[in-house]
Design a protein around this ligand. Structure first.
Ligand code: PHE
Length: 412
């Protein structure tokens, strides 16, 4: 039976048939890693906030939002996969945990902010591995220009300033057209103005990337950036940005020219805006060489003592304890179970000791039609060595929880 309420940040919320927030998720609210000045996420946040001089920095907005704020107001279609119970955490039918910081665009614009950065914890149901965690942090940034002579003059001048700065810098940029038939200008916009806003957005972000990725070490290699066409329901044209770092292209953010319907909904007349959203963990994992996303949540002094405000330093692993891997196979019940449901059971039972969960076998019995799955769980603590017995105990707990909750039949 489900408890009648769920407690989040000291408030009780009624549950219903869609509630899927687990207690291990509920515990994460209020940890505010992005607000710790000596935590890698706080350090990256502060660096970006310093870079965007004159922007209002917001970082204390509750993650409890309505699906309207998170999806509908941003133009997500009714059947968008992100809305599914298997992908997002719902408190009840009327409330959820935000899946992205864009959920606060309308209210921030409505409050009259014209240059702002909003950092926050966001929640998504997902697989378990070294780069996926159901809670992570994003920063949303936006800049509004008046769509009149003075606004366009400001836009033109600032674009020239940024272009001159980047002209002198050691950066290589693979660009794409601001607007194209597949990445269109909005019908409400004058194409030239939209292109100017897009250009300003690109230069603003190139300049940020130069700040974050340039000038570490004595490297004379240029910072390499590439712009890619993208699609988001709440921007057009839209882009993704990748940075070439240590031999790989990393996707670090999404952005675009804000849909005019968002500004209309926020009661911001005669204006045009750009917005971006970037993942703080992703940036921090690369810039600090942090190998596993669980480390951000570590309370171990061997992790925390390595960082200080304002400094991007290389993380020194204090030790890697041996992994303990265990397989579990079961027949699914008729009502089924999403892989993300299984991952939440694992996290809720063993916490951050779960390093990865991988489905290694799936088959359907040809006669009975029953579905069988086998998952391999890798147990490894960040902070201490696990004994075989401890791993067995954890694995048995996972087995009984998944049996109880989803009616699966464990096979041996
Ligand atoms: N919210 C988007 C995401 O999480 C990123 C984004 C933000 C894209 C702002 C465009 C503008 O993927």
């Amino acid at each position: 039976a489900r408890p009648p309420t769920v407690s989040l940040l000291g408030e009780e919320y009624p549950t219903d048939d869609v509630t899927n927030v687990t207690s291990s998720i509920a515990e994460k609210l209020g940890r505010d890693l992005h607000r710790q000045p000596a935590h890698p996420l706080g350090i990256i946040r502060a660096l970006i906030e310093t870079h965007f001089a004159g922007f209002t920095a917001i970082s204390d907005v509750s993650p409890v939002v309505t699906p309207a704020l998170n999806f509908d107001d941003l133009g997500f279609p009714a059947d968008h996969p992100g809305r599914a119970l298997s992908d997002s955490y719902y408190i009840n039918r009327g409330l959820m945990l935000r899946t992205h910081t864009s959920a606060h665009e309308v209210e921030t614009f409505r409050a009259g902010e014209r240059k702002w950065l909003l950092s926050a914890d966001v929640y998504r149901r997902d697989e378990i591995d070294a780069s996926h965690y159901p809670v992570f942090h994003q920063m949303e940034g936006a800049r509004v220009f008046s769509n009149d002579k003075a606004g366009l003059q400001e836009l033109t001048n600032d674009t020239a300033r940024l272009a001159a700065e980047l002209e002198r810098a050691n950066i290589e940029i693979e660009d794409i057209p601001h607007i194209s038939s597949t990445n269109p200008v909005q019908p409400e916009h004058d194409p030239q103005t939209s292109a100017l806003v897009a250009h300003h957005l690109k230069l603003s972000l190139n300049s940020l990337i130069l700040k974050l990725f340039g000038g570490h070490g004595a490297s004379t290699e240029p910072v390499r950036v590439r712009w890619i066409e993208a699609y988001f329901p709440f921007t057009s044209p839209s882009y993704e940005v990748e940075v070439f770092y240590r031999g790989k292209w990393l996707e670090i953010l999404g952005c675009g020219v804000v849909k005019q319907s968002t500004l209309d909904r926020a009661n911001v007349p005669n204006s045009i805006s750009w917005a971006f959203g970037l993942g703080l963990e992703r940036l921090a994992m690369f810039l600090f060489s942090i190998p596993d996303i669980r480390l951000f949540w570590s309370q171990d002094e061997r992790f925390l003592s390595q960082f200080s405000p304002g400094r991007v330093t290389t993380f020194k692993p204090y030790s890697k304890y041996p992994p303990n891997s265990r397989d579990i196979s079961f027949w699914l019940s008729a009502s089924g179970m999403h892989d993300n449901d299984f991952c939440d059971v694992v996290r809720d039972t063993v916490g951050d000791i779960a390093e990865s969960v991988e489905m290694i076998d799936h088959f359907i019995h040809p006669k009975t039609g029953r579905s069988s799955k086998c998952f391999r769980i890798n147990y490894r603590s960040m902070d201490k060595s696990l004994t075989d017995e401890e791993a067995n105990t954890l694995h048995q707990q996972v087995a009984s929880r998944v049996r109880e909750k989803f009616g699966v039949e464990i096979r041996d």
